[in-house]
Design a protein around this ligand. Sequence first.
Ligand SMILES: [Zn+2]
Length: 353
Amino acid sequence: MAKNVDIARDLSLTAFLERELGVQAKRMGRHARFNYCPDCGNEGHQPNKLQIQIDDKHYFCHRCRDKGTVIDAAMKLWGMDFGEAVDRLAGNHSGDVKAKPVDMEKVKKEDTLRNQKIAEVLKRLKPIFADSADDFKCIQYLTKVRKLPLEVVREAQKRGMLAFMPSNVKNAESRIIKACGEQLLKDAGMWKEGAKRPSICYRPIVFILPGETSAEFRIIGEPKPGMLKSIRFGTNIPYPFVWRSKTPSTKVAVVEGAIDTLSMVALGTKSHIVGLPGCNNWDIEWFIKIKDKLHIEEYVLALDNDSSSETNPGQKGQERLVEAMNMANLKHSRKVLPENSDINEILKARSVA
Ligand SMILES: [Zn+2]
C-alpha cells in the first residue's frame, strides 16, 4: 500500500487529467490549465479555471478554490475513497502518466530572471507614463465610470501607484516597443510568441505595486469575451497596494485590488488602506510588516461580497485571511459589505444618490 501511495503521488497531474478528461491542457505562462475542475466540474464555464502548479503535483481551481493532489483529483473524478484511488492510480495504466522530473532550481532561476526583466520594462515605461498622465480616455473611465474623484486619481499618480499609457493601441504599441525593444518584452512575458503585439498595449491603466517590480495592466471598460481585463506581471511583491492616511491612524482597511483601494480613499476613509492584488493573493508576512511599520492595532477586512456567485470567492478569501491573522495574532474585524458589492460599487451608488 505504502508503495502504491508513492507511485500515485509521483504521477504527472497534467498527464493524468489529460488522459481522464480527454483534452489537452492549455499552457499559460508556466502553468498548465484546464477548463474542468475535479470539484466544480464545468460550473461557471470559466475558461482555464483549473491551474496546475509548476511541480505538476498540485492543482488549484480559480472558481471554487478547491485544491489538491493527483490522488484528490482521482478520488473526485472516480468517486472512490483514498485507498481505492491510490491502487487504481498505481495500477496498470500509471505508465502513461509518469511525471517528468521538474527542476525547481531551474524554475526559480527563470522566475528571478523574468522578474528582473519585468522591473526593467517598468523602468523603461516611465517616460511614457509621464507623457500620458493626462490620457483622456483613461481619466474618463476612472472618473466617469468608476466615479473616482479626479483629485484621488491625481494623488494616486503622484504617489506612483497609478500610471497611464496611450489609450490608442497603435500609439501605445509604437512607444512601448521603441522604449523596451521586442526581446525584452518577450523575456518579460509581455509579448507572447505569435501575438501581433505586446498584451500590455491594450491595457493602458497601470497599477504599480510597491517596489516597482510588479504591476497590473488593465483595459478601459469591460473585456470582450475570452479577454482578460487585467494582467499582473511580476511575482516579486514585497508589499501589496498600500495607501497611507494623511492623518495618524492605527487602523488599516483591507480591500481587494487597486480600484477598491482608491474607492476607499474617495469614500473618505481616515484609516490606512491595503489593497490585495487578489482575494487569494496575499502573504501574511505583508500584514506583519505593515503592522510594525505603521504601528497598526487593527485590520478591518472589507473584501468583496460576491453573493450572486455560489462560491463567493471574496468572502471565502476573507475567511482564509481571518484564519491566517488569528494564527499570526493580528487583531482584525470584519466589515460586511452589502450583497453583491465591492467598495467601488458602494462609491458608485453614493455618487448616484
Ligand atoms: Zn472548481
